[in-house]
Design a protein around this ligand. Sequence first.
Ligand SMILES: NC(=O)c1ccc[n+]([C@@H]2O[C@H](COP(=O)([O-])OP(=O)(O)OC[C@H]3O[C@@H](n4cnc5c(N)ncnc54)[C@H](O)[C@@H]3O)[C@@H](O)[C@H]2O)c1
Length: 469
Amino acid sequence: MAKLPVHLPDDPYGGLVGRGPGAAAARRLGLPVPPRLRRYEPGQEFLTGPALVLRVGAAPLADDVAVWLAAAGARVVGDLAAAGDERLGAVVVDATAARRVGDLGALRELLAPAFRRSAAGGRVVVLGAVPAEAGAAGAEPGEGFGDGFGGVEARAVQQGLDGLVRSLGKEARGGTTVNLLRVAAGAGEALRSPLEFLCSARAAFVSGQPLLVGPAPAPATAVPGRRRRVAVVTGAARGIGAAIAEVLARDGAHVVCADVAAAGEQLARVANRVHGSALTLDVTAADAPDVLAGHLRRRFGGADVVVHNAGVTRDRSFVNLDAAAWDAVLGVNLAAPLRLTEGLLRTDGALAPGARLVCLSSINGLAGAKGQANYAASKAGLVGLVQALAEPLARRGMAANAVAPGFIETPMTASMPAVPREVGRRASSLQQGGLPVDVAEAVAWLASPGAAGVNGQVLRVDGQHLTGA
Ligand SMILES: NC(=O)c1ccc[n+]([C@@H]2O[C@H](COP(=O)([O-])OP(=O)(O)OC[C@H]3O[C@@H](n4cnc5c(N)ncnc54)[C@H](O)[C@@H]3O)[C@@H](O)[C@H]2O)c1
C-alpha cells in the first residue's frame, strides 16, 4: 500500500503548520497544530516505545495483557523506571477491579506520570468493568445505602472511567489516543484483538470513547475449500467504500465491490486494483436483496463480511425537506441495509458461518446536525439496526456493528463551504480530518475474526470530534 500523506493537499492550514517554522509560529499564536498521526505502514514496529502495563487493585487481566502485547511485538515493562529514558509507546491500565472512589485516586497516581511520558503517536488504553456488572457484584464493605441497594459505588466508579478517558483524550498531545475497553464478565481471550487494535497504528483516528467487549461465540467452521475470506462492500466505487475495499483486500479478502451502474468505470478500477470483482447493484432496487444474496451464494458459497457503506446526503433544513429528499436519504442509508440484511439472512448460504456485518453510521447520527434531519435519522437508525441484530446474530455465531466516522477528507467534505469545512476539521481532539483509510481500518478490524467479542457496538472514527459525544 502506498505511503499515505500526513495531511491531504486540500488541507492547506494543516500543511502549513504541520512542521518547521509554520508549526512554531502557530504555537506562539496559540493556534491549533494538528499532530502527525501514526498510521499503519507495512513492516513498521507495533509500537514506538515500550508498553507499560499498570494495575489498579487486584487487576485480574494485567498478566494476560502483558503476554498479548509481548506476542504482538511490544517490549512490556511493569513500571516507569524499567522504561528508562524512553517514551512510552503504550500504557495499558487494568482498572477492572476498581470499586471505590479511592481506586480512582490510585489510578491517577499511577497513570499521570506515565501519561506525561507518552511517545508521539502513543496509545493509552484503560480496561474497565461493565458498570452494571461491577455494581451487581454487591455492596462493598463500608457502603451504607441500606437494603435494596448494592454496588452503587462500584457502578459509579466504573462509570467514572468514562469521563476520565474522554478528558485524557482531549489533553493528549502528539497524536496519542486514549480509549476505554469495558470488559464484560467471561470475555477472556476476546479482549486480545480489541486491545491490539487500539494500541496499533491502525487506530490512529480512534480516541476518547468506550467500547464494550463480551465473550466471543465459538469460532465458525470455514466454508469447505475456501482459501480467502469473501467480503462485499456497497458504494465501493469511491471515497470511504473504495478505501474499505483496499484494506479488506490488503488483509487477505476477496472483495466484491458493489455500486450503481453510473459508477461503473470507477467501480471496475477499484475492483481491479484490489484484485476483487465488481457487482452492479443499486441497493434501493426492488430486487437488490435477491440479486446480492443469489450472487454471494452461487459465486462464493456465502460472504464472510458485508459492509453497508453506500450512503447519500440531501441537506436542507427540516421544514424545507420535501418527501423526495427525505425518501432518497432514508431509502439508500437505512431501508436498503435493512432489506439487504433481511435478504441475506433469509437466503440459505448467502452468509458464511461467523459472518460480520458492518454499517457506516456517522457522528451526525449520534449528535444530530443542522440541515441533516434526514441523514441523521438514517444514521442513528443504523445504530438501532446493529443493536437489534446483535443478539439474534450472536446465536448464529455472527455479529453486527457500526462505525461512525467524523470529519473525513473525501470528495463529499471537500465540496463543503470553506468555513464549516475548516471548523469541522479542527473541532476534534486530533485537530484534523481523518482519512478514508482510518475508517477502513476500523471496518476491517470489526470484520476480522479477532473482533468476535464486539457485537451491537458503535465505534467512532472521529479523532474525538466535539459533536461525536
Ligand atoms: N465523508 C465523511 O466525512 C463521512 C462521515 C460520516 C459518515 N460517512 C458515511 O460513509 C459512507 C461513505 O461516504 P463517502 O464520503 O465515501 O461517500 P461518497 O459519496 O464519496 O461515496 C458513496 C458511494 O455510494 C454509492 N451509492 C450511492 N447510492 C447508491 C445506491 N443506491 N446503490 C449503490 N451504491 C450507491 C455512490 O455511487 C458512491 O460510490 C456513507 O454511508 C457516508 O454517509 C461519511
